[in-house]
Design a protein around this ligand. Structure first.
Ligand SMILES: Cc1ncc(COP(=O)(O)O)c(C=O)c1O
Length: 393
């Protein structure tokens, strides 16, 4: 059996139609396939590889840390310099009240940790999420997913979870003194890139403050420079009580985090002690990789180029089959007629050497979320290929 057949037989599958492309190696903007063809990566592993694949500084940090020490003991007991250095650096680039970092293995675990923290800190039972939101696939996170077709088969889920609508002022009244937290993606990703109105987001912040509910922003997809500022919430002039991170946080290695004020986070230390536990969270190799990636992101200046590249995509993506292009920096959704049309475009692009896909809750939208290092020439190549694919519809 070849590798592809072994993959289909022995690696647990998540759908009956995986892409199943065999990748031998990746570098910068490209993945290289076993069949000799290369793929321009237009989705960065779903908003992960912000600095491209195998950034030299990240690879070096991984090699050095792997040779120094890997796992030592469960999270939180030992002073591990990669964790300390990354937590310190992150907090220097976050608002003053987001000063304590709990590292996890993934985005979903960051969601779980944030939900637990909010319940514990407020002593309240209810958590409010949003229609079409995505925060991960574990049971707590699933309870907050705003799409019943994904939740239904896994009931019972967490009680006292409910969903309201982004940009709906009336729904804010559902946030009450029972509410421990309201969690939303600052910019909704899987909904097909949906930005909040600034006035609505400010009203949400005010309602949370008024009722004593904690406001949790999920910046898994939209954080770390993707929208043109380091954190998407910076563009709205408000600060959440907790922020969850993942995806690009580990520079390509598995790493998530929930970040809050030290005083809030302190509740996880007592009654009961070890309020949140992880063996591998904040793995030293992941933290070393993440810090190297974060420093490269800041020193490269790519965040400052996001808006210009976003404009170039908008300028070039004009075609009668495109209904609209929604974007928040280099987080973009190209809306087509329907899923079959979108799938045809995606398959055409893959065949011609470019990887893209659709969104979980917006199957009619083509995803554009490339590594932020994408050059203007590569933006032009990508757009030309999308237009060529649209001409075949
Ligand atoms: C906004 C958002 N939050 C959380 C997650 C969950 O992250 P993970 O897959 O690392 O658990 C995702 C993953 O796609 C996401 O897009």
């Amino acid at each position: 059996m070849n590798n592809r057949q072994l993959f289909l037989r022995h690696v647990a599958q998540t759908s009956d139609a995986p892409l199943a492309l065999e990748i031998t190696h990746a570098a910068g903007m490209y993945m290289y396939q076993a069949n000799g063809k290369r793929l321009l990566d237009l989705i960065a592993g779903i908003s992960v590889c912000n600095m491209g694949h195998c950034h030299p500084a990240v690879v070096k940090a991984i090699q050095e840390q792997a040779a120094t020490y890997m796992h030592l003991l469960v999270y939180g007991e030992l002073v591990q310099s990669p964790q300390v250095a990354y937590a310190y650096t992150l907090t220097q680039h976050l608002p003053a009240t987001l000063n304590s970092v709990y590292f996890t293995n993934s985005g979903a675990e960051a969601t779980e940790g944030a939900m637990k923290l909010a319940k514990r800190y407020t002593g309240r039972p209810e958590i409010i999420g949003f229609e079409n939101a995505y925060h991960g696939s574990t049971q707590g996170a699933l309870s907050l997913i705003g799409e019943e077709s994904m939740r239904a088969a896994y009931r019972p889920l967490l009680p006292e979870t409910r969903h309201i609508r982004q940009n709906n002022m009336d729904d804010l009244l559902q946030i009450t003194a029972r509410t421990a937290a309201v969690m939303l993606e600052t910019v909704m990703g899987e909904a097909g890139v949906r930005k909040p109105d600034a006035a609505w987001l400010q009203a949400l912040r005010a309602r949370c403050t008024e009722t004593g509910a904690l406001l949790i922003f999920d910046e898994n997809q939209c954080g770390l420079g993707r929208t043109g500022t380091l954190w998407a919430f910076e563009q709205y002039g408000i600060v959440p009580d907790i922020v969850t991170l993942g995806k690009a946080l580990g520079g390509g290695m598995p790493l998530g985090a929930f970040v809050a004020d030290r005083e809030v986070m302190w509740v996880l230390t007592h009654n009961p002690v070890l309020g949140h536990i992880t063996t591998f969270g904040g793995h030293p190799v992941s933290c070393a990789a993440g810090l190297a990636g974060f420093e490269a992101l800041l020193s490269s200046g790519v965040i400052g180029e996001v808006a210009q590249k976003e404009r170039l995509f908008h300028h070039l993506l004009r075609h009668p089959r495109i209904k609209t292009v929604r974007s928040a920096g280099l987080m973009m959704a190209v809306q087509l007629d329907d899923f079959p049309a979108n799938k045809k475009v995606i398959d055409y692009c893959i065949e011609k050497g470019m990887l893209t896909d659709w969104f979980l809750f917006a199957a009619d939208c083509l995803r554009i979320a490339p590594p932020l290092i994408i050059s203007e020439a590569e933006v032009k190549t990508a757009c030309a290929l999308i237009l060529e694919a649209l001409d075949t519809l």
